[in-house]
Design a protein around this ligand. Sequence first.
Ligand code: ATP
Ligand code: MG
Length: 435
Amino acid sequence: MLKRIADIKTENNVGKKVILKGWVHRLRKQKEKTFIILRDDRGDIIQVIFSSKLCQNLTIESSIEIMGIVSKDSRSPEGGFEIKAEKISSFNIAETDYPIGEYQSEEILLDYRHLTLRTRKMINVGKIRNSILRYSREWFYKENWIEVNPPLLVKSAVEGGSTLFEVKYFDDIAYLSQSSQLYLESMIYCLGPVWSITPSFRAEKSRTIRHLAEFTHLEAEAPWINMDDLIDIQEKLIFNLIEKIRENNTMELDFLNKRSKIKLEKILPPFEKITYDKAIDILRGKDCKIKEDGKVRSIEWGDDLNIESERELTKDIENPIFVINYPLEIKPFYVKQNYDDPKTGMAVDLLAPEGYGEISGGGIREDNLEKIKTRIIESKLKPKDYQWYLDLRKYGSVPHGGFGIGIERILRWILGFEDIKDVVLFPRTMSRITP
Ligand code: ATP
Ligand code: MG
């Protein structure tokens, strides 16, 4: 028995009797006939026509089962197939005050996110999201990386302390993980190249269009790799994702943003690599300004690349770009110093084109015990909080590196959405934790 709308929309089904379950997505009642757009549990839609006598009390979002004959009518939306229904029964007649209509403010849509998920926009976002997760996982398996589950309740900060979420932990306090990196580092000694996908939590206090308080973090770490390897791994992983999505998600891309497909077609490795020094030269050439303590000044060597400067660097390019060798001072304590240029460290960020900016951050990790201890102290952190992590440098330390990718950042870029909240099913930000 055919179960889903996607299976039904083929020529050889015309004239056949089918049963479908789903929800009333749109409803138009006339005296004799009622037209509904039925949405099934995978979000596909088909027009169903039945005699208005069959179900007088039908409402938007009622859950129903229908039996009818598949027919073709070019006026029907999405493929010209429709169903002439003979029977209809309901699981639940929805209340008449369904709050999601066609013209609703963004805030209302967010307040009712548990229902907004049923809009075709969110359904299509959910499907592309699934593809990103699936194709990343497939790539790692194919390349023989091992998937691991690091803890999310932790005691030590990876990023700065200002974005830590504190939680009560029995009689003590703990933090929600900002990144699994330190734990992944411990696993390369026993499992080799490892990766994980977890939520990461950051108390981002500034409201931006690319920061969430909880995001989906894909992280990877491998022993005995250098900067070239690290770049190569990320390039392959990201390009594989792009290729798979443009092959398998054309319908969703077309629905969400017609430009996305054209944009993805243009992406081709190798991606350009520039040093931080060069990035600063470019930005100074464009007279890029920085706001600091309420004053505006020209960008200088030593400044971090913020949203504005990343936008400036990438707004006119079509391919992602790697920026390498950042000043050691603006990067976390675990970044390895460059031998030939001690002011800089082996950090690498991948910036998405068209102004989207950072989608991945990574680097080669400091593997020398004394150097990393010094860096911890210089960063005003306490070595005792990192005792277990420092053991990794005491017992069989090896050169190694890794990276972390924000799944929502990738989605935002691929879909060409302005606000990162649009690519998560239940966004968490400074001002929102419900629904
Ligand atoms: P940014 O400078 O944009 O705040 P970051 O340098 O803090 O990023 P990393 O610590 O390197 O980011 O984290 C790795 C990746 O995780 C980033 O490249 C980004 O894709 C993603 N990411 C980081 N913070 C957030 C956030 N608050 N919301 C969504 N994604 C994030
Ligand atoms: Mg950050």
